[in-house]
Write a protein that binds this ligand. Sequence first.
Ligand code: GTQ
Length: 367
Amino acid sequence: MHELGRLEDLPQDYRDELQRLNLVPLWPNLRALLPPNMPSRHTRPTHWPYATLKPLLMRAGELTPMHKAERRVLVLANPGHGLENMKASPAIYLGMQLLLPQEWAPAHRHTPNAVRMIVEGRGATTTVHGEKCPMERGDLILTPTGQWHEHEHSGSEPVVWLDVLDLPLMYYAEVSYAIEGQRQDVKPGRGDEVYARGGVVPTPYFERGREDYPMLRYPWQDARAALVALAKSQPGLGCVQVSYVNPDTGRDVQNNLGYYALMLRPRQTLRLPARSPSQVFHAIEGQVDVAVPAAESAAESAAASAAVPVAEAASEHRFTLAEADTCCTPGYEAVTLTNRSASEPAFLFIADESPLHRKLGVYEVRG
Ligand code: GTQ
């Protein structure tokens, strides 16, 4: 690939004239915009241990009352994107949210899609679109775009959950905003009861009544039971994983981000192939080693952008995810997961950008 002309090669008066007229020559920037074979990625493999995060979150509970926070959240920000940009990856925002007993996080709705993965505590509920969803460890609760939601807590211990939103994408597209609202009226009925059994769903006699998001709460005990049954039924299956889907359509549960639960058998090592989407891993049960190999291409792209020291980009990243820990990995890299236990399975919650990549037509598996 031959070298292209640089900005410095152009006479100053020409450059000044271009700038005055809001014009930019492409060729000095072409390789940065369209790097050979591999996109440049700002997403760095990053680990947020719960043991170090939790005391700071609890301190936020003392320092900042609810009416001064509205949402009491510490954002898990990827340093590769700049902490102030509050992204875990190009499309994924992660936040750890704390609700203390008797607190209420007031109703609002917004354009970004959100989910909650409950980390600890009991007795809190999230009311989404009039449906009151209990929050228990490992449950996944959806807050799809535009739907009213508020969180309240009538238990006695702090409740913590992981928020996953497509906020960076919405913000980038200049469509991110929120509307404040009143306390919702709770309607009877729960999607997780209606859709409690896989394989049978309510018959849609009256299409008009059908909701885009028929199920808002995915109880952990059901997802876990599905994984255990899958592992038992298919002893040779390497990747014991389930996808969170819309039970009426079988498709991804939300528009842009995909959600999955993975079981690793005792001592199992699983190599996930290099695929285009960035991923987030959260340990629900067990301890899991995560390895992202040294990437030659990352070193090249870092050298090209000079944003990251080459040594850092080129080194292998290894984390041990303890229970309630969270990490993220960049796209186009293989990820190897190992369950450290010789006797117990480990369970991970995964979020990724697959639905978005499929819509963009850029979803890739590189092996
Ligand atoms: O709970 O509604 O972490 O609106 C960020 C924005 C949580 C929420 C976040 C939000 C929420």
